[in-house]
Design a protein around this ligand. Structure first.
Ligand SMILES: Cc1cc2nc3c(=O)[nH]c(=O)nc-3n(C[C@H](O)[C@H](O)[C@H](O)COP(=O)(O)OP(=O)(O)OC[C@H]3O[C@@H](n4cnc5c(N)ncnc54)[C@H](O)[C@@H]3O)c2cc1C
Length: 320
């Protein structure tokens, strides 16, 4: 479904953000749009959509072991991945294939295959929309968590990220802890190299996620839930095959996809919307799904998971 906004502003240079603040653009409803891959617009947006479009990758520091690069918000994540591949820079390779722009990556601390973007972020810079002043947060001040950061919480709608600085390794090293990735390398009898690891990740991703040029989706629709250890122990007695990962602060992370599958939703459809048959975390639009149909699937999945496990799963996607 096509949706409209009252005004669309493409920001061509970071300096323009301050002018927009002075103009009062951010005093009425607004939304900062990157590549739009993590957003579900359910209706017309009665406000201004601001799209950072400026690009550029600058080397700030280079040593024998590391390269520090500052990347503009409007660069596509894919462009940064290609940059790293061409220069043999290590750290972000497990995040290959994630759609979107660089400026959005810190917002939900994008992650995949055992790596999160926070692992390589040095600083996040941009413009405060409330005080009309620049900000520059070192990694610790971004309060990164699982699919989370300060930009989704205290500073939501208060910051426009203009640049992200990454510290990348020149020393060959891989994170192969994720089983599906390690298995894929082993099945191919490939030794790890940047090219081999990224090829395997793209293969695993493509086998589980729909081709977004054919089937609409926003990636994982739900976040994996975090539950207290005690609740996990109880659930494990009832569901011995429950997949879990250790999480900070005595919490346990469950695999939302498994919960959704056990609740009977994998491959199930309501009209033109449904849960993808190869990956239960993904809600897909098979063609003409209305926002109501997508939201009905979302609500029904949340309700059924809650009824079966007493666990609440929350959408990862921004619903507007
Ligand atoms: C097929 C598919 C697979 C995916 N796989 C993964 C995955 O493996 N792991 C993962 O973590 N995510 C995944 N995603 C989700 C998505 O790709 C990421 O969230 C990505 O970072 C979104 O980038 P975007 O530019 O499209 O952001 P948008 O969807 O445009 O925006 C996302 C959020 O960031 C905010 N934002 C954007 N730019 C800025 C800025 N410059 N300053 C301040 N706020 C800003 C927006 O307001 C919004 O709240 C997937 C999505 C799809 C469709």
């Amino acid at each position: 479904m096509d949706v409209l906004c009252s005004r669309f502003i493409e920001v061509e240079h970071p300096d323009e953000v301050s002018e927009l603040v002075t103009e009062g653009v951010f005093q009425s409803p607004f939304f900062i749009l990157g590549g739009g891959s993590n957003i579900l617009f359910t209706k017309d947006f009665a406000g201004v959509v601001v799209h950072p479009a400026f690009k550029g990758i600058e080397i700030l520091e280079e040593s024998q072991n590391e390269t520090v690069i500052k990347v503009a918000a409007g660069e596509e994540w894919e462009t940064l991945q290609q940059y790293c591949l061409e220069r043999q820079l290590y750290g972000l390779e497990n995040l290959i294939g994630i759609p979107g722009n660089v400026g959005s990556a810190p917002v939900q601390n994008i992650g995949a295959y055992g790596t999160e973007v926070k692992d390589c972020i040095e600083t996040v810079e941009g413009w405060r929309l409330d005080t009309n002043a620049p900000f520059r947060f070192p990694n610790a001040e971004c309060r990164f968590g699982y699919r989370d950061s300060v930009f989704k919480n205290e500073l939501k709608n208060k910051c426009l990220i203009t640049h992200v600085t990454f510290r990348l390794s020149k020393i060959e090293r891989y994170n192969l802890k994720y089983k599906a990735l390690a298995d894929e390398l082993q099945n191919r009898q490939w030794s790890p190299s940047l090219k081999n690891v990224t090829d395997c990740i793209l293969h695993v991703r493509n086998s589980k996620l729909p081709d977004i040029t054919r089937i609409g989706c926003a990636g994982s629709f739900f976040k994996n839930p975090l539950i207290p250890q005690q609740q996990y122990e109880q659930l494990k007695q009832e569901f011995p095959d429950l997949v879990s990962y250790p999480a900070p602060d005595g919490m346990v992370k469950l695999a939302a996809g498994q919960l959704i599958e056990k609740a009977g939703w994998k491959g199930r459809r309501l009209g033109d919307a449904g849960v993808y048959d190869k990956q239960a975390l993904v809600i897909v639009n098979y063609g003409g799904a209305t926002p109501e149909e997508i939201l009905s699937v979302c609500d029904a999945v949340i309700r059924d998971v809650e009824a079966m496990f007493h666990v609440h799963i929350a959408p990862e996607v921004n619903i507007l």
